[in-house]
Design a protein around this ligand. Structure first.
Ligand SMILES: Nc1ncnc2c1ncn2[C@@H]1O[C@H](COP(=O)(O)OP(=O)(O)OP(=O)(O)O)[C@@H](O)[C@H]1O
Length: 460
């Protein structure tokens, strides 16, 4: 038989007990250590770890107060709060055994024990120990992942009045735990600001979980956000933790909140009001403590007036509204952003950092930037790769709008080259929806991520 009980330490001043326990348990455990003198406990714990500890309640013969047992139980738990201690008590000491459980013992066995019963008690205690270990390692992984996820805020601010005002408000709001709604065009940096808010908050060492509401389908909405129980519906092969639960203690970022159907809005509102979720297929409410940050490029007030967005949901999520300025309204920040991104691409492509000439900067300033900072990144990345100039010139930049204009007047639709046709279709969809990624992706039958990949592929 495979030993399942790990390493066991038995402490009892009765040598017969130690001997018979060792004989029985050595078949089931990886290792059994015995000790007659409880004063050795600190030494033993300092020098090794044990999966299970069997501890006698009454050490001195004829004294049955159990005080010494309680004393050593406390000592063990003080050194290792996750220790699994099973008390050995004499028949008739059930009250003391109950007190021991209250003080942190995992279980107790009565002397003289029945062998099967002792093994059964130790087996379930051992399982408990494994789950303690698993929980503790998951907690460590969780906090390591949280700090990894939180690392990458690369916020370039600049001195423009629009940005200064935003940052001032952001710093004030970050610490408050208030729910925040971020409004602004595509690519203005809503997600970057959401991450910065999280990092400045008291929840910074907890997770930041993002959900792209534009990509969540009506059918999977509840399962994705609230989780489900195995078997709750045909495809529910395993239990699933929803995004709200994942974000518990941390920040939940709901991007593209304006894309939710009325039915999904109602479900979301209920959860936000009750501050608890119920996994699909269970009736069990789970309390939720998240800081909520929502974002959209859609005019929510206008959508409320047109009956497309619930007013009560808007009031629930917009305790604080932050407006992100479009790039064309903060052109003062352009040189700083350009320098930042050129350095980033120099590192990425392992080349000396490029700079821009006065006239090139002037050209960048005269452009409208419908795709905002995301578009600026792409324009600069493309120029960094393609241009051989160390100092970039106006002709090194290609812009989406200029291509759109060309598209309207030209021959792209005549081509039979598949890539050209795909590129033209993508540009057309982006132009139709004023650069709104979610809408363009929907029209094209793509996910947002696939559309981003194509925009990148064609340098759009
Ligand atoms: N202040 C900033 N500093 C550095 N990079 C930025 C800044 N703002 C935005 N970016 C970059 O621009 C790109 C778009 O930013 P982000 O995804 O935050 O925008 P968004 O407004 O959430 O866009 P969408 O509405 O399309 O989801 C990202 O690659 C991001 O790193």
């Amino acid at each position: 038989m495979q030993p399942t009980l790990g390493k066991i330490l038995i402490i009892d001043d009765n040598e017969d007990v130690l001997f018979s326990a060792k004989m029985l348990l050595k078949k089931h455990a990886q290792q059994v250590l015995i000790e007659k003198d409880p004063r050795k406990i600190p030494f033993l714990l300092n020098h090794d770890t044990y999966d299970l500890i069997l501890l006698d309640m009454n050490f001195t013969e004829d004294i049955s107060s159990g005080n010494e047992g309680f004393f050593w139980l406390k000592e063990i738990l003080a050194r290792d709060p996750s220790a699994v201690v099973i008390m050995i008590t004499a028949f008739g000491d059930v009250e003391m055994a109950v007190r021991a459980l209250k003080e942190g013992a995992t279980d107790f066995v009565l002397k003289p024990w029945q062998n099967e019963k002792l093994i059964a008690t130790l087996t379930s205690a051992s399982r408990l120990k494994s789950s303690y270990k698993e929980i503790s390692s998951l907690k460590k992984t969780n906090s390591a992942l949280a700090s990894q996820l939180n690392q990458n805020v690369d916020l370039v601010t600049g001195k423009s009045p629009a940005m200064q005002q935003l940052l001032h408000l952001m710093h004030r709001v970050a610490k408050t735990d208030a729910d925040v709604l971020l409004l602004g065009e595509n690519g203005t940096g809503k997600e970057v600001i959401a991450r910065a808010l999280h990092q400045e908050s008291a929840r910074a060492d907890k997770v930041f979980i993002t959900v792209d509401m534009g990509a969540v389908t009506e059918t999977l909405f509840e399962s994705e956000l609230f989780g489900h129980k195995k078997g709750a519906f045909t495809d529910a092969k395993e239990d699933r933790v929803g995004r709200f639960e994942m974000a518990n203690g941390g920040t939940l970022f709901l991007d593209e909140i304006g894309n939710l159907s009325m039915a999904m809005q109602a479900k979301l509102l209920t959860v936000l009001q009750r501050r608890e979720v119920i996994r699909v297929g269970t009736g069990q409410p789970i309390p939720i403590d998240v800081r909520l940050i929502c974002a959209t490029n859609m005019p929510l007030q206008q959508m409320v007036a047109q009956g497309q967005f619930r007013q009560d949901l808007l009031y629930r999520i917009n305790t604080i509204e932050l407006h992100l300025p479009p790039l064309r309204n903060r052109l003062e920040d352009l040189p700083l952003l350009v320098e930042h991104f050129l350095q980033r691409y120099a590192q990425k492509y392992k080349q000396p950092a490029k700079s821009v000439s006065e006239s090139a900067l002037d050209r960048l300033k005269r452009y409208d930037w419908p795709g905002n900072i995301r578009e600026l990144e792409h324009v600069l990345e493309r120029a960094s790769i393609i241009s051989e100039n160390h100092v970039l010139q106006p002709q090194d930049f290609f812009f989406l709008q200029v291509q759109q204009q060309a598209l309207h007047s030209n021959t792209a639709s005549q081509t039979h080259n598949l890539d050209e046709m795909e590129k033209a279709t993508v540009v057309k969809a982006m132009s139709k929806y004023d650069g709104n990624i979610s809408k363009a992706a929907k029209e094209l039958g793509l996910s947002r991520a696939s559309l981003y990949r194509r925009l990148e592929k064609y340098g759009l």
